[in-house]
Design a protein around this ligand. Structure first.
Ligand code: GLP
Length: 244
């Protein structure tokens, strides 16, 4: 779907998430959300906060799993995705702390493999992701699944693409300060979600959106794997859709 602005599009995504949460709340069931960082989902989060504050939408039965985190990364750092999620969403809603899962950028290297397996296990134990929201990187990455990530990949430690590191340079006050690695859910983890919203705003995303939606499915552009997921909704503003 194409909307005139990111703000309108974000409200639609937020209201669909809210509808599922309300329905589940009514029957006493949990809602499991896969969440993303970056600038793309910001207005979805602000709308969910508004629905909580103004309409009493309760997140007490919501369980969340974030896609990724830089590695290494301390949760207090300003670039940390833990901090991002707290500031933009979790601190402003009534979600129990124990329901929040974000890959831990402080795990010692020798424990990362086990940690990632445990992250997958927790997603399964929660019943799997009901909704996963995604932005997209200039390399066609989803989460931090860079070019070369296969369709079956699971949560793991990955090496960031140079393009991704250069896009993150401003946030880290210089490219040399951008971590070289990240922990990310795999493409396979993402594709298991029952519903996926891929969102992109603005002209800089137009090229990668065209390749992702209209190009052949290839691990060179991991977002193309979404073409094989039967319940993915692509949500664009006019600028991001301008090359389609
Ligand atoms: C980072 C995140 C991705 C996100 C991408 C795009 O690489 N790990 O999940 O989709 O940035 O960022 P933005 O939404 O700011 O364009």
């Amino acid at each position: 779907s194409i909307y005139s602005t990111a703000s309108k599009a974000s409200k639609v995504v937020a209201s669909e998430i809210a509808n599922l949460i309300r329905a589940r709340n009514q029957t006493g069931q949990n809602t499991v959300l896969g969440l993303a960082t970056g600038s793309t989902p910001l207005q979805v989060y602000s709308e969910l906060v508004r629905l909580h504050e103004e309409e009493g939408l309760s997140f007490k039965r919501v369980i969340t799993f974030n896609l990724d985190e830089y590695y290494p990364m301390h949760p207090e750092e300003i670039q940390s995705y833990v901090r991002f999620m707290n500031e933009n969403l979790f601190d402003k809603i009534d979600i129990p702390q124990k329901n929040i899962h974000i890959p831990d950028g402080t795990i010692p290297k020798e424990k990362v493999y086990e940690y990632c397996k445990e992250y997958e296990r927790k997603i399964d134990e929660a019943g799997g992701l009901d909704i996963q929201i995604l932005g997209i990187g200039r390399t066609g990455h989803i989460g931090f699944n860079e070019p070369g990530s296969l369709a079956k990949t699971r949560t793991r430690l990955v090496t960031l693409d140079e393009i991704t590191r250069s896009d993150a340079a401003a946030a880290f006050y210089g490219e040399e300060r951008v971590p070289r690695q990240a922990i990310t859910m795999g493409v396979g983890t993402i594709l298991k979600a029952k519903k996926i919203y891929l969102m992109a705003w603005g002209e800089p995303k137009a090229k990668v959106i065209k390749k992702s939606l209209e190009g052949e499915v290839t691990e060179q552009i991991p977002a193309t794997f979404l073409q094989n997921h039967e319940n993915t909704k692509v949500i664009l503003d006019e600028a991001a859709a301008s090359e389609l």
